[in-house]
Design a protein around this ligand. Sequence first.
Ligand SMILES: [Fe+2]
Ligand SMILES: [Fe+2]
Length: 146
Amino acid sequence: MRSSKTIPEPETPFFVWSSVEHTIGVTVFDEEHQRLAALMSQVHATLKDKQDRALAQNLMGALIYETWVHFDHEERVMAEVGFHGREAHVAEHAALIQQAKDLLKKVQRGDLNSQAMPDFLVTWLIPHIQITDRKYAACLQRHGFR
Ligand SMILES: [Fe+2]
Ligand SMILES: [Fe+2]
């Protein structure tokens, strides 16, 4: 049975995951990235289709937590393989988490409309995946990651 708090599965995704544009070539992280992208689409759909601001804020909190778990995973693997760009990468992760926390706090305080969340998400994590995450891909592949 579906409750009224069921998280909508968006008919039109927030953005379309493209293997060419978004895949970095390390399966474990490509899968994690896709899960994060799906959560972003749910935040968007919760506001657009259900107009449920409270649920969207909860989902945004979950997205921040899941992203933190993903970042921690990447950081552990980068350390394991001795990736030289790890330090800068870790600093970028910390900044991204802080930006998302700040935004959520402002929305919760009523300083920003909930609609600011999807607007923020468009430019938040995807460029990091496309540019920064791709930098470790070759190094991980040399260490057997596929
Ligand atoms: Fe990532
Ligand atoms: Fe990353």
